[in-house]
Design a protein around this ligand. Sequence first.
Ligand SMILES: [Zn+2]
Length: 509
Amino acid sequence: MMNRREFIGSAAALAGTSWLAAAQTPGPAPAPGTKPKLTFYGSTQQVSGSCHILETSKGLFIVDCGLFYADLPNHDDENREFPFDPKEVKALFLTHAHVDHNGRLPLLYEKGFRGKIYTTDCSRDITEVMLLMSFGVAEGSGEVPLFSKEAIEKTLDQVEAVPYNAKLERHGLTFRFTDAGHMLGSAMVEIWVDGVKLLYSGDMGPDHSPILCKPTQHYGADVVLVESTYGPVARDNISYEDFGKRVQKVIAGGGSVLLPAFAVHKTQALVYILHKLMADGIVDRKVPIYSDSATAHKVTGIYNRYRDYHDPEARKFGELFYRHRYQEPRPDESLKSHGEEPAIYISTSGMLDHATAPKHLYLMANDPKNAVFLVGYQSPSSVGAKVQSGEKKIEIPWEERGPDGFRREMRETEIKLSVEKVSGFSSHARGQQILEWLAGFKSIGEVCVVHGEAEKAKGLAEAISKMGIKAVAPTRDYTVTPSGDRVKPGPVPRLAAPKQPQALDPVDK
Ligand SMILES: [Zn+2]
């Protein structure tokens, strides 16, 4: 991988006299009548740092502005620089509120971006929670935050919330947000400019996500961006009823259940599914459900406010979260409740590396009546992965927040509780679903496959090519100038199930 300076140099050289060169000296916009140019920057053959550059005769536009994750070399340097001049950006389109899509917006403000940020009202509200959380985590761990707290406020002031399904005209281009079914408020963005249409499908959800509507089917575009988190694999099998029966078995045996989960969407999906299972008589409705992450509490409140965006089934269900014995205690309160009665604990982090979930595990680990259900991806170095692989003696992190930031000690414990793996709570569509979605198009130009590790992105591009569609997995400096030529997609190839057990949700940290 290039270092930052090489990258900025190559991006500017690539762009010639275009807006990208503005990182050094501002250049002219493409002349009216010329086709727009897309340049790929973040989430190219890897998953994080989503940020796509669009040069048009109307100016420079950006889609998403996400964080590069720590698993990338030079991620800290990468996170602090842009290969374009933020002052020249006319407007930004934000697909959804995960930090790998919005985590650098305040830095963009600090570096001079003063344009509008278009996103849904729900994404704006969750973005506020996410940016404050990521600022707090950086501060607590003694890192130099990427941006100031004031910049978060300024960023939120830049947002113009837009409705789903309405064509809007701004800055000489037309755009429309439609539901991506990935988390509440998530969107695909269609942009019509300079005689062509581009479709950024963002992160696309599975078509069975609890609470969420299915991803919107589109029918035509000159360039389509699709994600490839899972790559070219078959759909997964889901049985919430089976999940419920396994939970109830633990409860009926006098044990408690731990569900380590990400605070955004996964927690809300679990609470809703558990309430549905209670309504169906599969899980005992007298069992308390504790959700003890402060971030999750805020996001659950937002999910509750935006009922219009829920899928028809959830709307029919009525109250999704605040029913039966659902409670939102502080972590110290929920930790104290162990031993009182069988309970269900939904707690962060999802990989048992931080926050309260490992403390629950520590308190529950010695009792074989208890169970931990791993509902999300466990990265190879995580505590969750050790638990999942069946290790019996594990060092569990115990964190306390003091005046000087986090204090962390490792506590060894023996794992006697039962360990269960659950699929069906992922937020990303598998390759087969993406192929079927593309097959729904009446005409399509080029497909660019982003937001996936190299092998997965290239594998999905290859599968798309088999449908007679031009498809690439762009590298960072790849550019596309839409030709305007389109084809009708051919038959969908049938993808195999992954050979290895599939990671469940590798990116939404
Ligand atoms: Zn996402």
